[in-house]
Design a protein around this ligand. Sequence first.
Ligand code: UDP
Ligand code: MG
Length: 351
Amino acid sequence: MLKTTIPSIGPARPEATARPALSVVVPAFDEQEVLPEFHRRLAAAMDAIGLSWEVVYVNDGSRDATLAVMLALRAADPRVAVVNLSRNFGKEIALTAGLDHARGSEAVVVIDADLQDPPEVIADLVAAWREGVDVAYAQRRVRHGEGLIKRATAAAFYRLMQRIGGRVTLPKDTGDFRLMSRRAVDALLTLREQHRFMKGLFAWVGFPSRAVLYDRAPRAAGRTKWNWWKLWNLSLEGITSFTVAPLKVATYLGLLTAAIALVYGTVVVVKTLLFGNPVAGYPSLMTVMLFLGGVQLITLGIIGEYLGRVFNETKGRPLYLVERHLPSEPPSTGAAAGDQPAERAALGRVA
Ligand code: UDP
Ligand code: MG
């Protein structure tokens, strides 16, 4: 079990010498209030694990002083890397930018900046990873500070995805908070699609995975950037980038209406033959017309959703643009991750 997860980039390679063992990737958009406290808790939690680490803060075009806070953190702590995107690209892409710039040679942790994902849970994720899984994802036990409606819709969404997902299944109550081994990250980074539904991409990559239960805390400060419209769009994104099942709906709706039309047509013909044709039926005509018009527009819309995504992918634009990248400083040992006896022991994975 352990052997299969030995990283492809080992201490023998010279370019690996300056790499920390773990990277923590943190996308942040307007998080100036919470970042200092986040970093304090993260550093404490990471130091307790005993592996060399870095944290990659991605500033996703924040409108407040988030970048300045990040730079201050980096000035005080050499383990901080900062990636400043040229504008706001959205969480999914900011996350990808962070993963691209994460240098952790053994594993990468993805976590939100708002302290809803407690940094202390990372130790549990690392423990699960040490037992040999490639992906340890944090699964929410309860959702504090989230309304009944949000919880209900989230549950409904996961159920829907589960049913239409086919081979790839989304673990429920799981966000982006997770640890991935280096090879899982490398696999994930080969997926360069523009429409990035990260939960779907994580699931698509596969690899041995395990859930680690945790309690999701309410936001520590600042406000969530999600609103209902954004959540609706995220669900659409999830469904359309995950499955083409909705396209088949058109086929079956068509078959169903054709069958109903056949039956109704027969009824009309028989009625006319038996009782003559007293030109009536305006209401039924209107109903059928409106219904069919509606069905056609909906199915056109579904096709449009997919076509739009094809259009966006064919443009082949880069996922994001980096305004500046300030890497973390190499681990002070100057040795590769897992090279020092103490660290090799702490890794616990290298036989
Ligand atoms: N985020 C981001 N870009 C955005 C929106 C959000 O990088 O356009 C970050 C945000 O700073 C936070 C994480 O993504 O670290 C989760 O965002 P949020 O807390 O608003 O989402 P929720 O927890 O409500 O799902
Ligand atoms: Mg949040």
